[in-house]
Design a protein around this ligand. Structure first.
Ligand code: P1T
Length: 380
């Protein structure tokens, strides 16, 4: 079996049969000629199948050590497809610290369709088991969590899911398969906002699911086609290209992330740094056991915990761009309370640690000296 750093480039890929193109062509077509009804070469209509998307889906399956990959129009479209496995009356146990848009999809859309969500702190997995009842169908995990960088023990969650016959889905957006492969730990579904590290260049919005089980894959492919939120051929090409450098980018994201976490930890204005590689991170042990390294996402709070000061700090940054999103080659900074997590009520967000002064950094792959100098001047 190929090693990970080879899979990113070759996993699931074949040269194009038409002309031997090394990169898959962008099949910018909605439909395919048939010689007689049903007489086609495996492709009928691009919502159902498209060769460029197929090449990407094969790559996704390969890098996550899965059997089946599915590419969607966005990360939220991928989560939406998972939720459509459920029926009214079903219950979901989700981590309480997660991307604000996921929380919004659960509470503002699927709750109205009769699905109940329980949000619990999953750093202690016992909290999950306490919420399981006869209606529970799915455990939703995000690790590291967005934006608090909590680490959830995937293997322990998988054991609980197995014991109670539940599905376990893991949002692997922050870690990427370079750092952890949830299917290997017993998860049933891996989900990505491919917009982030998989794409890697902040030029595309996309989502992904990867599974092993044949029956589960069939249901999800059915939903993908029936609901129709698929990724287009051009975007599929871009993410496929992004994946080819995932391992190299991630290595540098991790190096720079470490240097910045250590710099911030020593800074007199900084109160707390959230990066799972720090020894004082509350889940450092689990992070060390389940992740290869600790990634490029770093959050921190300041001693004054002042909303306006945090906004001024992010405004002063010059190398870091103040923006939503993460995972691209360029460094980004965000203020979750007013940006990515503004859709979570203040009381709810503060319970999970999303304080007014919290700043989230997506540390890019620029020269580390420039990144540290930028933070230094912005915090001064
Ligand atoms: O934006 P989209 O591709 O639809 O993915 C949603 C999503 C899902 N899961 C996680 C962990 C995410 O971080 C996101 C998107 N997050 C941002 C846009 C952000 O700035 O945090």
């Amino acid at each position: 079996m190929m090693k990970f750093n080879t899979k990113t480039i070759h996993g699931g890929q074949t040269h194009d049969p038409a002309y031997g193109a090394v990169m898959p062509p962008i099949y910018q077509t909605s439909t395919y000629a048939q010689t007689t009804p049903g007489g086609h070469k495996g492709f009928e209509y691009s919502r159902t199948h498209n060769p460029t998307r197929k090449a990407l889906e094969n790559a996704l399956a390969s890098i996550e050590n899965g059997t089946y990959g599915l590419a969607f129009a966005s990360g939220l479209a991928a989560i939406d497809a998972v939720m459509k496995l459920l029926k009214p009356g079903d219950e979901v146990i989700s981590t309480n610290d997660l991307y604000g848009g996921t929380y919004r999809l659960f509470t503002k859309i699927f709750q109205d369709f009769g699905i109940t969500f329980h949000f619990v702190g999953m750093q202690d997995v016992k909290a999950i088991e306490e919420r399981i009842n006869a209606n529970t169908k799915l455990i939703w995990v995000e690790t590291p969590t967005n934006p608090m960088m909590n680490i959830i023990d995937i293997q322990a969650c998988a054991a609980i899911a197995k014991k109670h016959n539940l599905l376990l889905a893991v949002d692997n957006t922050f870690a990427t398969p370079y750092l952890q492969q949830p299917l290997d730990f017993g998860a049933d579904i891996v989900m990505h906002s491919a917009t982030k590290y998989l794409g890697g260049h902040s030029d595309v919005v996309m989502g992904a699911l990867i599974v092993n089980d044949n029956a589960l894959a069939e249901k999800l492919y059915f939903i993908q086609n029936a609901s129709g939120a698929v990724s287009g051929p051009q975007d599929s090409f871009l993410v496929l290209r992004g994946i080819k450098t995932l391992h190299v980018r991630m290595q540098r994201h991790c190096e720079n992330g470490k240097a910045i976490a250590e710099f911030l930890q020593k800074h007199p204005k900084v109160e707390k740094v959230f990066w799972p590689g720090l020894k004082n991170h509350p889940n450092h042990k689990i992070a060390k056991a389940q992740m290869k390294d600790f990634g490029g996402m770093v959050s921190f709070t300041t001693k004054d915990n002042n909303y306006k000061d945090a906004i001024k700090t992010v405004e002063r940054l010059k190398v870091f761009t103040l923006a939503e999103s993460l995972g691209g080659v360029e460094s980004l900074a965000g203020h979750p309370a007013s940006m990515t997590h503004a859709s979570i009520p203040k009381l709810e967000r503060e319970k999970t640690g999303v304080l007014d002064s919290l700043i989230r950094l997506s540390v890019g792959i620029e020269d580390i000296d420039d990144l540290i100098a930028d933070l230094e001047q912005a915090l001064a």
